[in-house]
Design a binder for this molecule. Structure first.
Ligand code: 5RP
Length: 254
């Protein structure tokens, strides 16, 4: 196994051993390659999972749950008002305030609704993902958009300072743009590194002057564009029952 795979597996093992509630009944399972090791680590715990429902964040995640012998229940089939005990997911990049870029695997909308429905969101990110600011290493923000609005959204993103936002192609160029599980497109929008709280406290502006934005300000601006379903910035969101220890942005990546 390569060093990178070892790092993902180690991060997943620590995250599950520390944060998986032994009596969990509802568990969100994210998407990507790290989450494969999360599911492996859940099975390795040796707890009784027979009464536990696992909520996928897309097609890949659902197959992963089923192939691991666990019970998958789609998000729209969970009883109204159900709060997930915990949601695990990966990230493409994490900053010092624990904001994340997600959507490298094009599942960001379902990942966000599942995360927001959980008491605790556990971001499983190995050492390569942690950067001082978002968009240090990972250069663009994934944004899920209605196909009919894609070109209009691109123009609006350019107005916000994005240089050369592009519609993500499918693996085979001949098939045209990549389609998400919702049948939407992903736009990858490059921006300058996003300011964190310490930058704002130190007097930087963060309101888009010279294309420099604070994380939450830019994420909110993008979400306001008509045609955007969701933006791949997870920042300071908290689940419906979040406690001081819970919520997106509230968990240190492991
Ligand atoms: C998919 C995601 C993934 O969580 C993210 O891309 C991380 O993936 P990996 O664990 O393969 O690095 O947001 O949309």
């Amino acid at each position: 196994m390569s060093a990178v795979e070892e790092a993902k597996r180690a991060a997943a093992k620590v995250a599950v051993e520390k944060h998986y509630p032994k009596d969990a009944r509802w568990v969100g399972i994210g998407s990507g390659t790290t989450i494969v090791y999360v599911v492996e680590a859940i099975n390795a715990l040796g707890v009784d999972t027979s009464a536990t429902k696992y909520i996928p964040t897309g097609y890949q995640s659902k197959q992963l749950i089923i192939n691991a012998g666990l019970t998958a229940v789609e998000f729209d089939a969970i009883p109204q008002g159900t709060i997930l005990d915990v949601a695990f997911d990966g990230a493409d990049e994490v900053d010092e305030d624990l904001n994340c870029i997600k959507g490298g695997g094009a599942c960001l909308f379902q990942e966000k609704i599942v995360a927001m429905q959980a008491k605790e969101f556990i971001c499983v990110a190995d050492h390569r993902k942690l950067q001082p600011r978002l968009l240090s290493n990972w250069k663009s923000i994934p944004i899920e958009v209605a196909p009919i609005a894609a070109h209009r959204v691109i123009r609006k993103l350019e107005e916000l300072g994005s240089v050369n936002p592009v519609i993500r192609p499918s693996a085979s160029e001949k098939e045209g743009p990549l389609k998400t599980d919702q049948g939407f497109f992903i736009i990858d929008a490059p921006f300058k590194p996003l300011l964190i709280k310490a930058d704002i406290e130190a007097g930087q502006d963060g309101n888009g002057k010279d294309g420099v934005w604070a994380v939450s300000v830019l994420a909110d601006k993008i979400r306001e564009i008509t045609g955007v379903l969701e933006v791949g910035v997870f920042h300071g969101l908290t689940g419906p029952q979040a406690t001081a220890a819970g919520g997106i942005g509230g968990q240190r990546p492991v």
